[in-house]
Design a protein around this ligand. Structure first.
Ligand code: NAD
Length: 375
């Protein structure tokens, strides 16, 4: 590319997470030119517009502006479908926060619409492109622990506390599976490929709760958790690897996340897949204790925005984004397949598949980080 042609980008949704997205997208990624932001709550849009010097725009203005090639949908999960549909119908490339949607039918519609429109559609989580999961993948792909035979993912949280601090976590799409478990599922899929079948248990334990933060207006009021808070599952990858997961939001903070990959020659420990960095450890046959492995990749800091940036590079380089809609759809199907299996008391056979994303090139630990997305 003789001269970098930046991708003009607009952001829809100016809530909590928009701050770090806009910070990184306006400063850390050369490929992006953020031109506008939009929210149905005017004060939120004004705040982000002033903070990051981007124009306030209505959704209609964004969709009709031919110079805008990419739209970032970071609305709350129940509004993903509406905004993603508008963006795709306008023929624009889309990057959306997770989950891709809150039902499998709705997500399938979006995937089909993107294919029909011939646009790129990437979906969070993008943390699997961070230093930790890419480092883990490098060592796993290089055969360090031999043949991989199984993987396990465990996460603890407290749904009652979360409902006070982040009310969307009590609503559909905000439960421990679709809201956070999706990071674990995506990390596993991005490293180990597609899954064939799943079986599981999903429930909302003690759905009737009472607001208990003394300073808040709703203190003492009763409310209902509408999202799952206890998920257990087993699944089989197309490769024959076995996996299981336990997402428990009827427990405590702090989180003690675990993703452990077992192989014929060792065990590899990944750090929290909801972060970009962290230590990857291994125990090899003959050793007693895990040791830390040297990092091989860039993006150890909070790199939210790497997803849209990598999609923008994909657009310029004529390739598919690593955060493919197919992998996001597969991840949602896996999680919702656990519900189905719990209802029917049978294995759920996955209907979708995806191509494992190419690894991010290694060797950029000291920078420049973005160069690893540009090849
Ligand atoms: N908060 C976090 O820590 C976090 C972390 C990672 C990912 N996410 C994901 O990011 C997304 C947003 O999360 P959040 O915490 O910022 O939510 P939020 O509720 O704080 O913000 C969402 C914003 O979207 C706006 N919105 C809704 N419908 C809209 C529409 N049609 N047009 C324009 N604006 C609209 C809302 O007014 C709100 O300001 C979710 O998908 C969430 O899962 C959040």
């Amino acid at each position: 590319m003789a001269k970098l042609q930046k991708v003009k980008t607009a952001v829809v949704g100016c809530g909590v997470i928009s701050e770090i997205y806009l910070k990184n997208m306006t400063s850390a990624f050369e490929i992006l030119d953020v031109v506008g932001c939009c929210d149905i709550i005017k004060e939120r849009m004004e705040k982000r517009s002033n903070q990051f010097n981007v124009k306030q725009m209505s959704i209609e203005e964004i969709l009709s502006d031919k110079s805008i090639e990419l739209v970032l949908n970071i609305t709350d999960p129940v509004n993903h479908h509406k905004v993603s549909t508008q963006v795709l119908n306008a023929g624009k490339n889309l990057y959306s926060e997770k989950p891709i949607d809150i039902s499998i039918e709705a997500a399938r519609e979006l995937v089909q619409l993107a294919d029909k429109q011939g646009v790129l559609y990437g979906n969070a989580p993008d943390t699997f492109m961070g230093q930790a999961i890419q480092t883990a993948r490098f060592y796993l792909d290089s055969g360090l622990i031999g043949d991989i035979t199984s993987v396990t993912a465990v996460l603890n949280r407290d749904a009652g506390f979360l409902a006070e601090a982040y009310p969307f976590t009590a609503l559909p799409g905000g439960g421990i599976g679709l809201d956070v478990g999706v990071y674990y599922v995506t990390a596993m899929l991005s490293v180990l490929g597609p899954v064939k079948q799943v079986a599981g248990y999903v429930t909302t334990r003690e759905p009737e709760r009472t607001h208990y933060f003394p300073g808040k207006e709703d203190f003492g009021e009763k409310f209902r958790l509408q999202a799952e808070n206890l998920v257990a599952g087993s699944f089989e990858f197309a490769s024959g690897v076995y996996g299981n997961l336990m997402f428990n939001s009827c427990s405590i903070f702090p989180e003690k996340p675990q993703i452990v990959v077992y192989g014929t020659q060792g065990i590899l420990y990944m750090p929290d897949p909801n972060q970009f960095g962290g230590e990857v450890k291994v125990i090899l046959r003959g050793q007693a204790e895990p040791i830390a492995l040297p990092a091989t990749h860039a993006f150890s800091e909070n790199s939210r925005g790497i997803g849209p940036a990598e999609l923008a590079w994909s657009l310029r380089l004529g390739r598919k984004p690593r955060t493919s809609k197919e992998m996001a759809f597969h991840g949602l199907e896996l999680l919702l397949g656990l519900y189905k299996s719990c209802e029917t008391k049978q294995f759920y056979q996955m209907t979708s598949t995806f191509q494992r994303p190419n690894p991010v090139p290694r060797g950029y630990v000291m920078g420049p980080s973005e160069a690893s997305l540009a090849v």
